[in-house]
Each structure stands twice: as structure tokens, then as C-alpha cells.
Design a protein around this ligand. Structure first.
Ligand code: ADP
Ligand code: MG
Length: 317
């Protein structure tokens, strides 16, 4: 199979959207964005051995790659529209490509995003996905909007991403059911698109937790020129995580583990009350974890100690 046959057989299943004038098959895709909206875009690369382990299922690799990429749209409060795929493959393996493209299209339909083009080359397995979405310019959620006195929240639970990585690598000693749960969380992380859209009306700043909660909250602090004080006893963690590792490990993974793809965001006092009221009725799964303060960096609300940036989050170099 040459590259054209690969594209034709696996990545050209058609699109259905008025916003796509021309999808796959020409030199460029031609797109017609929703009127009055800004385009929001981001690209994410996943490399074999670094972002997913050798031997992982092709459909799970595809799901994870698209979910991780689309999470950046959630963090901006954007509606997903389109994505492109740059695929580097060691060889043209039909069953692998079938599983990969099935996983990709299934995930795309779950997220409401459509494949509009890409690039196919030979080389070590690498998947780059560029996502594009739309948002009203005024309501985009930036990292830079946090102010002193704002409250800090996270969605969902934290720490399962790191447990998932350990489980996928076979390095987590826990019961089978929990191991399966963590692996699912790793390959199929929640993408908080709807939460992001809701937060357009509530949040002053927002980021998705990809590198680790402390590292990502620190990005908000740096972009906003503020510091943060967090109450570690409030960090939300799953029953599965708390049942599988000592509490101190669970907390460390929740704070610094990464791969959770939940949203960490800030809101003014007025909105924070509304959010907490909704959280109490379980209308939304957000948890208050701290407050924005003057200065820089992140400190512990109880002890006043600073969290060292070196403990915080994953960095490639
Ligand atoms: P060009 O040589 O003009 O860059 P290509 O031959 O690389 O075009 O691609 C032909 C068409 O197939 C283009 O529309 C491109 O966007 C699409 N395409 C290539 N690889 C992929 C892929 N992995 N997934 C989806 N579309 C792809
Ligand atoms: Mg061309």
C-alpha cells in the first residue's frame, strides 16, 4: 500500500458539515467557519515510547491522541469543529491501520469533530493532531484572566492519569478491576468540552491539566501575574485511586502526575458561589481547591509552604 491507498482506504470516510467546503483530497481543505466566531487552534504530537507504550492497541492510541489534542479546545471554551492528522508509520500494516482509523473515527464522532486532512509519511510511529474549534472572541477562556481573590476549582478527579500510566506499564500493584479502570482513564481521558462551554460564563481563567495540577495552575499564575494558595485536603481523587495506593502517593499523583485532562480554572467570588451551589446538587463535578493570592508560585493554605516548581509536572527537556 502506498500513501495514497492508505489515505483512500482508511482516512477518507467523508464528512458531513456545512462548514467543510472541501475536505480530504485536494491540496488544502477549504473551511467555512461559523459567522462572527473566532477560530481556536492547537497541535499535539504523540511519539511511540513517550506518549504511549510499545504494544498499545492501535484504536486506543488513536483515541488518546485525539482526546489529548481536543482537550485544549475544552480548556479555551471552544466548540470542536475540525482536525488534521499527520501520521508517521514504520510500515503499512492493514489490521493496525484499520483499528487505528476505527478508533479515530469513533472518537471523532463522540467529540463532534471531523477529519479534514493530514499527511502520511514513513518513519518511527508518531501522531500529530491539529484541532480547530470556534468561539466568540469575547468569551474565550485564557490563562491570563485570574485576579487576586478569585477562587480556584478543578473538574472531575485528579491522579488517575498517572495511575493509568503506571497500570499500562504494568508497574501498578492493584486489583484487576482498578487496573482496567486506570488503563481506560489513560487511553480514553475525559475531554471536558461541555464543561469548557459552561465555564465561558463563569471562569476568569482556565487550563487543562496535562502536565500536572501544580504545573498547570502555575501556568495560570504566571500568565495572570498572581500566586495561588491551595488546600491539599480538598484535591478530588477517585475511590479507585484511594483504594489502590497510599494516600500520600495518591495526593502526589493528583498534584504532579499529569495526563488527567480535567480543567483547572478560576472564578470571581460571585461566580464561585454559583458554581459551588451547582456542585452541591451534583449538577456539575467541580471542586473548590484554593484561592488566588498576591505574589507568585503556589503555596499550601495550611502550612504556608511553597510547592517547589521542580516537583510540579512533566517536562520534555
Ligand atoms: P500534498 O502532496 O498536496 O501535500 P498529500 O498527497 O499529502 O497532498 O495528501 C492528499 C490529501 O490527503 C490531502 O487532502 C491531505 O490533507 C489528505 N491526507 C493525507 N494524509 C492524511 C491522513 N493521514 N489523514 C487524513 N487525510 C490525509
Ligand atoms: Mg499539494
Amino acid at each position: 500500500m502506498n500513501e495514497f491507498a492508505i489515505i483512500q482506504e482508511f482516512f477518507n470516510r467523508g464528512t458531513e458539515s456545512d462548514s467543510i467546503v472541501k475536505g480530504i483530497g485536494d491540496d488544502c481543505a477549504v473551511l467555512s467557519p461559523p459567522k462572527g466566531q473566532s477560530i481556536v487552534t492547537s497541535i499535539d504530537t504523540q511519539v511511540l515510547g513517550r506518549h504511549f507504550p510499545e504494544g498499545a492497541d492501535a484504536d486506543a492510541i488513536a483515541a488518546r491522541a485525539l482526546r489529548c489534542a481536543a482537550s485544549d479546545l475544552a480548556a479555551m471554551g471552544a466548540e470542536p469543529l475540525w482536525f488534521t492528522l499527520a501520521l508517521t508509520l514504520p510500515k503499512a500494516d492493514r489490521p493496525w491501520l484499520q483499528a487505528f482509523s476505527d478508533g479515530l473515527y469513533q472518537t471523532a464522532s463522540q467529540l463532534g469533530i471531523q477529519l479534514i486532512g493530514g499527511d502520511t509519511t514513513a518513519g518511527p510511529l508518531t501522531i500529530s493532531i491539529q484541532v480547530l474549534g470556534s468561539a466568540l472572541e469575547k468569551s474565550v477562556l485564557l490563562r491570563s484572566g485570574a485576579s487576586v481573590g478569585d477562587h480556584i476549582f478543578v473538574s472531575g478527579t485528579l491522579g488517575d492519569g498517572r495511575a493509568g500510566l503506571e497500570a499500562v506499564l504494568g508497574e501498578l500493584d492493584c486489583d484487576e478491576q482498578n487496573a482496567a479502570y486506570f488503563q481506560k482513564r489513560y487511553f480514553y481521558p475525559d475531554v471536558r468540552i461541555r464543561m469548557g462551554l459552561l465555564l465561558r460564563y463563569f471562569a476568569s481563567s482556565c487550563i487543562d491539566v496535562s502536565d500536572g495540577m501544580l504545573a498547570d495552575l502555575n501556568h495560570i499564575c504566571e500568565a495572570s501575574g498572581v500566586g495561588a494558595s491551595i488546600d491539599a485536603s480538598k484535591i478530588p481523587m477517585s475511590q479507585e485511586l484511594l483504594a489502590s495506593v497510599p494516600t500520600s502517593t495518591a495526593l502526589e499523583w493528583a498534584l504532579t502526575g499529569g495526563d488527567d485532562y480535567q480543567l483547572c480554572f478560576t472564578a470571581t467570588e460571585k461566580y464561585a458561589e454559583q458554581l459551588q451551589a451547582q456542585a452541591r446538587t451534583r449538577a456539575i463535578d467541580v471542586t473548590w481547591i484554593g484561592t488566588i493570592v498576591e505574589g507568585s508560585g503556589i503555596r499550601d493554605a495550611k502550612t504556608g509552604r511553597s510547592y517547589k516548581y521542580s516537583q510540579a509536572g512533566f517536562s520534555h527537556f
